[in-house]
Design a binder for this molecule. Structure first.
Ligand code: SAM
Ligand code: SF4
Length: 351
């Protein structure tokens, strides 16, 4: 696998006039949003996401930066308008900025509306200016607590101060930062108000996420699960929440908080079924296309990608897979079996 800087393939630059019609799945949903996990590796070991002693993929199985570029460009040529890079931790992949710079050409041509990423923020101080320069305008940064010791306990290897420095650098560079916080029972459930105020004082939207049963971890998920319906009910006792139709292309439902003047999003895969408006698919760093985060069905795109230099085989494989995008997921946190609903980790499909 080569992690050298990418040579930009000219054929995938789409003039505006030939903007494609989007892919439509069997339930009439247009697939316009692609999330790509660029690595399964990470410099943190968040307790709900990974076991401390993770086995990562051998490098030869992971798509090269050139292959990731070809893959993303093929999806853009098929009508994807929003691309999110994730992981693992996207910014720990070697030479990742050369991929981001190369993908930025699709923003320049207008083929892509948004190029964004989800990051743990550990490397942001280093990359913030360059990200802006490549056409990135918004990023999501995950922080579950503002308490230094607890942050260390949740992420196992993370350093809160480094992440906060990274967020400041990103804001200074002109990036809009949204904070993602996973609601964890008994861990951060009494810090949500503090986080909300901190976010809104600093101009960040906050999105709360329920823990999803993905992959084996060291602990028991039924102990971590805190329904966002409970979070919302508690916040409503102290704040005025008003539902708004605001959308960022993702599954969050938003409210405004009158007292702070900011936005709060809820991603509730377990308590609320958000599948009916699902517009996205996910690709792993090995080129497996998952049509649904909560299902095991996938299509291998690495074989058609590597089988020829042209994109025809790849394009056909994508069409075939979109044709079997399921109606919805089967998540449930099961107290009896205590097994994850889906065996792969979030760091494989990247959340
Ligand atoms: N490393 C980056 C980060 O932490 O933002 C990107 C990848 S991470 C897998 C993407 C998002 O998924 C993060 O906001 C993380 O908190 C969330 N996440 C990870 N495992 C999860 C789980 N089991 N349930 C819910 N959210 C999870
Ligand atoms: Fe790494 Fe993100 Fe998973 Fe935490 S949530 S272990 S930062 S991939």
């Amino acid at each position: 696998m080569s992690d050298e800087a990418i040579k930009v393939p000219a054929e995938s630059e789409l003039p505006l006039s030939t903007a494609p019609t989007p892919m439509i799945d069997p339930f009439g949903r247009a697939v316009t949003y692609l999330r790509v996990s660029v690595t399964d590796r990470c410099d943190f070991r968040c307790v709900y996401c990974m076991a401390e002693d993770m086995t990562f993929l051998p490098k030869r199985e992971v798509l090269s930066l050139e292959e990731l570029d070809r893959l993303c460009s093929a999806f853009i040529a098929k009508g994807v308008r929003k691309l999110r890079l994730t992981g693992g931790e996207p910014l720990v992949r070697k030479n990742i900025m050369s991929l981001i710079r190369s993908l930025g050409r699709h923003i320049d041509t207008g083929a892509l509306e948004e190029l964004t990423l989800t990051t743990n923020g550990s490397q942001l101080a280093r990359f913030a200016n360059e990200l802006y320069d490549c056409g990135v305008r918004r990023i999501n940064v995950s922080i579950d607590t503002l308490d230094r010791d607890k942050f260390k306990a949740v992420t196992r290897w993370g350093d809160l101060d480094k992440v906060l420095d990274g967020i400041r650098a990103a804001t200074k560079a002109g990036l809009k930062v949204k904070i993602n916080m996973v609601a964890l029972k008994g861990v951060n459930e009494h810090e949500i108000e503090t986080m909300l105020k901190w976010c809104h004082e600093n101009g960040h939207d906050l999105t709360m996420i329920e823990t999803m049963p993905l992959g084996e971890i060291d602990g028991d998920r039924t102990d971590q699960y805190l329904p966002l319906s409970t979070v919302r009910a508690r916040l409503s006792e102290r704040f005025t929440l008003t539902d708004i139709p605001y959308k960022t292309g993702g599954p969050a439902r938003y409210v405004t908080i009158e007292e702070t003047g900011g936005r709060l999003g809820f991603i509730t895969p377990l308590t609320h079924n958000f599948c009916e408006s699902c517009n996205r698919v996910r690709v792993t760093c090995t080129g497996q296309l998952y049509m649904c985060l909560g299902q095991d069905d996938m299509a291998d795109l690495r074989a058609p990608l590597r089988a020829s230099e042209g994109n025809e085989l790849l394009s056909d494989a994508i069409d075939e897979a979109i044709g079997r995008k399921p109606k919805g997921h089967d998540f449930v946190i099961d107290r009896k079996t205590r097994q994850p609903a889906v065996s792969r980790h979030m760091s494989v499909t990247g959340g």
